[in-house]
Design a protein around this ligand. Structure first.
Ligand code: ZN
Ligand code: MN
Length: 478
């Protein structure tokens, strides 16, 4: 049981940009603006000009319902949009179209790897809203003489996923964000690599104080850092006999500290009222059909991998934790040529995918840097016992660093495994040249055998199979 000594309670509000839709949420402007000049994809609606009328993007509502279902939420009977009134230059019309009562869905949960094993984090609600524009500062925000505004982002469909305050440490908050992103990737509703795809506000309190809301967190690591800082800050305030007040704080990413922005505004400050230009939507009837389109989600896939392929649970967890690797693994098994299918052990494939992941990570590369066919060739060379495991690693590294093909590298580096006579000869020589080790072994020192195996490997330049060499040695030593 995790004791949570400081009584930490963390809840997260995550703004997910549904950026795989073709058009924005209330107008026909494209969502494909990321490589275009600022303010090149705007219209009266997303610029917030007076009198412009919004029209809901049905696909955006469907995507929002899909996410709600995947987060185990109940989809509401009907949903309604509201105006949230506040002034900020990124939203010139003076209000944001968002939701208040009757959000798309509510009452779900996500299972994360918590401080004490599996831990359920409740999802309070998931509601839709429009994204404001993007503010750009020359240099840093506190030194910039002016602010530039790009409204290309304005009007993008957002889904705000609000969690219950169920996370008990910054680590759990990070795990939650990882899991949420993982699920979203499977749903194919957002591209996490695009600017602003996932933005986090964090609410955190410790025992004896009120909560602080931290804004401007742009990464999962940033969330963990901001929360770690905030726990120390709040504890220090209480230790000095002070009061932790309800407030909104800004995370300064460069300095890794949080700074007070303002006392926390409350719902009534925003004068929410129903958006008169959008009718309520009766969505309960949509849910069953959308549920049919839900793909197999990470947890289910992880369980299936363990059952179907007999791999370890932590291997299945690591594979399914990133959609590209889960797909890579299964595509890889399917692509195996018939003649090798018999010998193909999924466990072997996982082990080598893990090696590949490590080598890619070391070089800061993604899976695109390595052809699947090359991995197939390497495993074929391995299962047909033509190369050793060391040889396989050598091929992977050479391919990543210099390119070429597995066959070329095998020929160039002389990686073909040596067997039979060559190994016997090497063993005989090793015995002859290391009388002391032989004597030690015969005197009962088991370890001496390892140095003899080492001598054989050295003579064959690592191309003998260490286990086979050991067998031959044992035979000859009697
Ligand atoms: Zn527009
Ligand atoms: Mn919001």
């Amino acid at each position: 049981m995790y004791e949570n000594p400081d009584g930490v309670m963390i809840g997260l509000e995550v703004h997910v940009q549904l950026n795989k839709l073709k058009t924005k949420v209330f107008c026909g402007c494209t969502t494909d603006y990321h490589n275009d000049p600022p303010n090149s994809h705007v219209c009266p609606v997303c610029l917030g000009l007076p009198g412009a009328l919004p029209v809901i993007n049905k696909k955006a509502v469907e995507a929002a319902i899909k996410v709600g279902l995947a987060l185990n939420c109940k989809v509401e009977e009907h949903t309604q949009f509201y105006r949230k009134n506040y002034y900020y230059p990124d939203l010139p019309k003076g209000f944001q179209i968002t939701q208040y009562d009757f959000p798309i869905s509510s009452g779900g949960y996500i299972v994360i790897e918590g401080e004490d094993g599996e831990h359920r984090v409740g999802i309070t609600r998931a509601h839709m809203e429009e994204d404001p524009g993007r503010l750009v500062h020359e240099g840093t925000i506190d030194k910039s003489k002016y602010t530039l505004i790009d409204y290309n982002r304005s009007g993008m469909a957002l889904l705000e996923v609000v969690s219950d305050p169920d996370m008990r440490s910054p680590k759990e908050a990070r795990r939650y964000l990882d899991k949420l992103r993982n699920i979203l990737e499977y749903l194919d509703v957002f591209d996490g690599n695009l600017e602003g795809a996932l933005r986090v506000d964090a609410n955190i309190s410790i025992m004896g104080g009120q909560r602080a809301e931290i804004k401007n967190i742009s990464s999962h690591k940033g969330a963990e850092r901001a929360l770690l800082y905030e726990i120390v800050r709040q504890k220090n305030v209480l230790r000095r006999g002070g009061v932790v007040v309800l407030e909104t704080r800004h995370f300064d990413e460069a300095r890794e500290i949080t700074l007070s922005m303002r006392s926390k505004e409350e719902a009534h400050d925003y004068r929410y009222f129903p958006e008169p230009d959008l009718v309520p939507l009766k969505i309960s009837g949509w849910a069953p059909a959308i549920k049919e389109t839900l793909p197999e989600l990470p947890d289910a896939r992880r369980m299936r991998f363990v059952e179907q392929y007999g791999i370890k649970d932590d291997q299945a967890k690591s594979l399914t934790g990133e959609l590209v690797w889960a797909n890579y693994f299964e595509d890889f098994l399917k692509a195996y040529k018939d003649e090798y299918k018999e010998k193909l052990d999924p466990k072997l494939a996982v082990a080598w995918i893990e090696v590949l992941k490590g080598e890619l990570n070391y070089r800061d590369l993604t899976v695109d840097a390595f052809k699947k066919e090359d991995m197939l060739s390497i495993l074929e060379l391995l299962v047909s016992k033509k190369i050793t495991e060391d040889g396989a690693v050598d091929i992977i590294r050479t391919l990543l660093d210099k390119g070429g093909s597995p066959d070329e590298i095998v020929a160039e580096k002389g990686l073909l495994k040596v067997e039979g006579d060559i190994v016997s000869t090497a063993v005989e020589e090793a015995i002859k040249e290391n009388p002391q080790a032989v004597a030690d072994y015969k005197a009962g020192k088991e370890k001496a055998l390892n140095s003899l195996v080492g001598a054989v490997m050295k003579k064959t330049k690592g191309r003998a199979d260490a286990r086979a060499a050991r067998e031959v040695l044992l035979g000859k030593l009697g």
